[in-house]
Design a protein around this ligand. Structure first.
Ligand code: CP
Ligand code: NVA
Length: 330
């Protein structure tokens, strides 16, 4: 029996494949219980701080709903609500929050901040996204793949687009841990950092996974079970649209790309996605660059192969599993 009590969840690199699989199994069980109307109250009496330096829909709401389902109290601390790093150091804030709360979620810029919070707070800290990693998203994605495909080992997984952002980094490590056949198609300048590739390669070897970095979409997508993409410009990089559009316009996931994958392939995206003109950002992009869709076309996003809203729901079940496993009363 695995015991993750008291552990932080900062990056997938800190966990064994068995521990990650355990969290996905637990999420699956908690999901069944919720569907049956059973709320086990595993976090009854716990107080949880939710620190957000960047905006969020899914992650914030998942932590709040999961906490409520299990009997915990979540306190939202937005970027203007606490001093964190501005008038009080991260180290001091961590020690204060550690005296008051039972667990801390952090979403923000620097990955070092979340590591520091964990180091000095003395309580479990969960990474709700940093510039480098987005580990809770991967558990939701892999639960979704398992629900649709029945297995994870050997899954042919093609990621197209910005290959060096938090999502690509985390998917690469997760795929290596779960023995997948993982491919990234991106321009060379947007491949993951050399050092992280090396780490991923050694994990891949232990788990019989394979990793491919290519500029060729055909090579990446051929026969794939999963086609995944993310935004071309991540939070905090908003001045990069022109550069990224120029670099990535050929890496859009459209019906032509989907046709090259396995006919039962699923389309995935962590969301939010730029697939239509429903946002201010896209209206602006259309005016400046004439594009109405970026990383994925509306046809694919809304198509039958798309499982993006299953992923979004699974954020809650997997975040609940992480909190229950690391902080639960049982
Ligand atoms: N996928 C994801 O993390 O979404 P939010 O930014 O809405 O939390
Ligand atoms: N790469 C994206 C993920 C959003 C969930 C970002 O960091 O903005």
């Amino acid at each position: 029996m695995l015991n993750l009590k008291g552990r932080s969840f900062l990056k997938l690199l800190d966990f064994t494949s068995a521990e990650l699989e355990y969290l996905i199994d637990l999420a699956e069980n908690l999901k069944k219980l919720k569907y049956a109307g059973i709320r086990p109250q595993n976090l009854k009496g716990k107080n949880i701080a939710l620190i957000f330096e960047k905006p969020s829909t899914r992650t914030r709401c998942s932590f709040v709903v999961a906490a409520n389902d299990e009997g915990a109290y979540p306190e939202y601390l937005g970027k203007d609500d606490i001093q964190l790093g501005k008038k009080e150091s991260v180290k001091d804030t961590a020690r204060v929050l550690g005296r008051l709360f039972d667990g801390i979620e952090f979403r923000g810029f620097s990955h070092e901040t979340v590591e520091e919070l964990a180091k000095y707070s003395g309580i479990p800290v969960w990474n709700g996204l940093t510039d480098k990693f987005h580990p809770t998203q991967i558990l939701a994605d892999f639960l979704t793949i398992r629900e649709h495909k029945g297995y994870l080992k050997g899954i042919k997984f093609a990621y197209l687009g910005d290959g060096r952002n938090n999502m690509a980094n985390s998917l690469m490590i997760g795929a290596a841990k779960f023995g997948m056949d993982f491919r990234i198609a991106a321009p060379k300048s947007l491949f993951p950092e050399e050092e992280l590739i090396k780490e991923a390669e050694s994990i891949a070897e232990e788990n019989n996974a394979s990793l491919l970095f290519t500029e060729s979409i055909d090579e990446a997508v051929n026969d794939a079970d999963v086609i995944y993409t993310d935004v071309w410009v991540s939070m905090g990089e908003e001045d990069m649209y022109e550069d990224r559009i120029n670099l990535l316009k050929d890496y859009q996931v459209n019906s032509e790309v989907m046709a090259k994958a396995d006919e039962e392939a699923i389309f995935m995206h962590c969301l939010p996605a730029f697939h239509d003109l429903g946002t201010d950002v896209m209206k602006d992009i259309k005016e400046k660059y004439g594009m109405e869709e970026l990383e994925v076309t509306d046809e694919v996003f809304e198509g039958e192969q798309s499982v993006v809203f299953d992923e979004a729901e699974n954020r809650m079940h997997t975040i609940k599993a992480i909190m229950v496993a690391t902080l639960g009363n049982q």
